[in-house]
Design a protein around this ligand. Structure first.
Ligand code: 13P
Length: 276
């Protein structure tokens, strides 16, 4: 069933587990994520991020994701990840997304607050949920620095100013493949969790260790975003399939199956299995 962040993240925050957001750019990845969540009876968040649009047209994928979510046996949030412009966030909502992230974290603080507030008002009127970001979670090798970590004061102010349903925080993770061991600030995350009333979101989940995930969740992470690990699993499956001479259909199914297993691994680790 199609649902919003509040329906799946508030129980996660209370219950001490996290719900995975898995970004998908095509119906193969979509099938893998839905099947994994249904098999483990887990709530799930399916995303597609604005920066991924060159690889999967929004208007093409949106009807499939929304329809799949409605038909699913488990709660599914259809979330527009890292919306960079208000226009694109509104477009995603008009295509049936039940949730959006407005990401103004690279811009001026005041503008991030004002733009996020505007999207919150727009989305809430439609019954959709909104995630915002304060501090900045960078991209591996590009723009990750500790001076952009989220502070409690800024986060409290941002929540009061915007009314977002979930908050992405910067505590040392980065998007993409880690080039060096991440320096995760668990203490900061615990403090943010103790002081803020909303579910906290960790971006850049791919490449973290099982121990990192357990600790992040123990410190209050209620939503963890994954993309790169799914692409790596899919790529490895395709490489192997070509090596052993599978035909196109066999290769396609093998890829879906491999991504499905990767999603199941994450769902078990996040503790959301059986929570649908
Ligand atoms: P990874 O690609 O590093 O898993 O990050 C995903 C993400 O945070 C999407 O918002």
């Amino acid at each position: 069933m199609l649902t919003t962040l509040n329906e799946v993240l508030l129980p996660a925050k209370k219950g001490g587990y996290a719900v995975g957001l898995f970004n998908t750019i095509d119906t193969d990845m979509l099938q893998a994520v839905i099947e994994a969540a249904e098999e483990l009876n887990s709530p799930v968040i399916i995303g597609t991020a604005e920066i991924l649009l060159p690889y999967g047209e929004l208007a093409l994928i949106a009807p499939s994701v929304v329809d799949c979510a409605k038909r699913a046996k488990v709660p599914v949030v259809v979330h527009y990840d890292h919306g960079l412009t208000k226009e694109r966030c509104r477009e995603a909502l008009s295509l049936g997304f039940s949730s959006v992230m407005f990401d103004g974290s690279l811009g001026e603080y005041e503008k991030n607050c004002a733009d996020t507030r505007e999207i919150v008002e727009y989305a809430h009127a439609l019954g959709a949920s909104v995630e915002g970001e304060i501090g900045h979670v960078g991209t591996s090798g590009k723009d990750s620095s500790a001076d952009r970590y989220t502070t409690v004061e800024e986060a409290e102010d941002f929540l009061n100013a915007t009314g977002v349903d979930a908050l992405a925080v910067a505590v040392g993770t980065v998007h993409g493949i880690y080039r060096q061991k991440p320096c995760l600030d668990f203490e900061r995350l615990s403090e943010l969790n103790a002081r803020l009333g909303v579910p906290l979101v960790i971006h850049g989940g791919s490449g973290l260790t099982d121990g990192d995930f357990r600790k992040l969740i123990a410190c209050g992470a209620a939503k963890i975003n994954i993309f790169t690990d799914l692409t790596l699993a899919g790529k490895a499956a395709m490489t192997e399939a070509l090596k052993v001479g599978m035909d196109y259909m066999e290769l396609r199914n093998y890829k879906v199956e491999t991504i499905r297993k990767e999603v199941m691994k994450k769902i078990r680790l996040f503790g959301s299995a059986g929570k649908a």
